[in-house]
Design a protein around this ligand. Structure first.
Ligand code: NAP
Length: 290
């Protein structure tokens, strides 16, 4: 596959975010974390019945084979999909990264990935520095990208100091950084840094794993727009330009989560939600990772 051949996932009619290499990525997709469960049927429903084209997963999640089955059963052609996977830190290193990439592709039944990223800034390998192992793994990703095996390469959970170091050590600036992002967790300094460096911003846990859905502020905004709290949070994230990947095991929630591209939040309501940041993480906090 040449990078020029498929500039946009065919069949995606919603908004897309243009990465620094010109590739356009759907702004909304589905996640597949193991916390709270995984449903192959829900992913199948998203792909086949809701027009979802972006699926985010990782080796760590452990659902690559189930995803391959859902993709096959959906009948959606590979070129219509945006598939993201992540390299787990225990595979950081040059050769190990390449081996892990090929294994993940094989498990998912695909020949290329649309986005492949370093999952976490820590290397989890005693005796070697995080910085050194990140750079080694990143060089492997750069080669996979140059070979056309990934349409784009990125990082996840990287803070400004990790990105600064990678910039010094490597040739390609990550196309994207995927970080926890919801009304309670708004890393605005990092978002501004990414914007300045041409790194697209992707948010994970847009519903704060469900914690934000009972917030009186969100419920009040939801009532105003006659939408659900989940739709308000997903809309807020998308409207702020973040690529957003809510996860649900329930078909009715999957359908609901994708009905957010047909309305807009007023500026005053965006500002109200922008003020909800309290710094809490519902996933992991990479702030202290060297
Ligand atoms: N890069 C990373 O390190 C990292 C870390 C964490 C997550 N992620 C990615 O981000 C994705 C999303 O994060 P997440 O799954 O942790 O959390 P999330 O999307 O914020 O929340 C998922 C929770 O919200 C519930 N939910 C979903 N839609 C709902 C709706 N419409 N109404 C009510 N409840 C709803 C789900 O329950 P039901 O199943 O009952 O609907 C589930 O318990 C993950 O799946 C993963 O792909 C990446």
């Amino acid at each position: 596959m040449s990078k020029q051949e498929i500039p946009v996932p065919e069949g995606w009619t919603g908004p897309a975010v243009k990465l620094s290499n010109g590739v356009r990525m759907p702004i909304l997709g589905v996640g597949t974390s193991q916390v709270g469960g995984f449903s192959q049927d829900a992913v199948l429903f998203a792909l086949r019945d809701c027009g979802v084209r972006l699926v985010d997963t990782s080796k760590y999640n452990g659902f690559e084979v189930q995803l391959a089955e859902a993709i096959r059963d959906s009948g959606v052609p590979r070129s219509y999909l945006w598939l993201t996977n992540k390299l787990w830190p225990l595979d950081y290193g040059y050769e190990t990264a390449k081996t892990a990439f090929h294994k993940s592709c094989s498990q998912m039944g695909v020949e290329y990935l649309d986005l492949y990223m370093l999952h976490w800034p820590g290397s989890m390998q005693p005796g070697r520095s995080n910085r050194e192992l990140r750079a080694e793994a990143w060089r492997a990703l750069e080669e996979l990208y140059e070979e056309g095996l990934c349409r784009s390469i990125g990082v996840s959970n990287f803070m400004i100091h990790h990105l600064d170091q990678l910039k010094e050590d490597c040739a390609i600036v990550p196309h994207l950084n995927q970080v926890e992002y919801h009304p309670f967790q708004q890393p605005n300094e990092l978002i501004e840094y990414c914007r300045h460096e041409g790194i697209a911003f992707q948010g994970y846990c847009p519903l704060a794993k469900g914690q934000v859905l009972s917030s009186p502020t969100i419920i009040q905004v939801a009532q105003k727009y006659r939408r659900t709290p989940a739709q308000i949070c997903i809309r807020w994230s998308v409207q702020n330009g973040a690529i957003t990947i809510p996860k649900s095991t329930k078909k009715e929630h999957v359908a609901e989560n994708f009905q957010v591209l047909d309305f807009q939040l007023d500026e005053e309501d965006m500002l109200v939600i922008n003020k909800m940041h309290d710094g809490r993480h519902v996933s992991w906090d990479p702030g202290d990772v060297e």
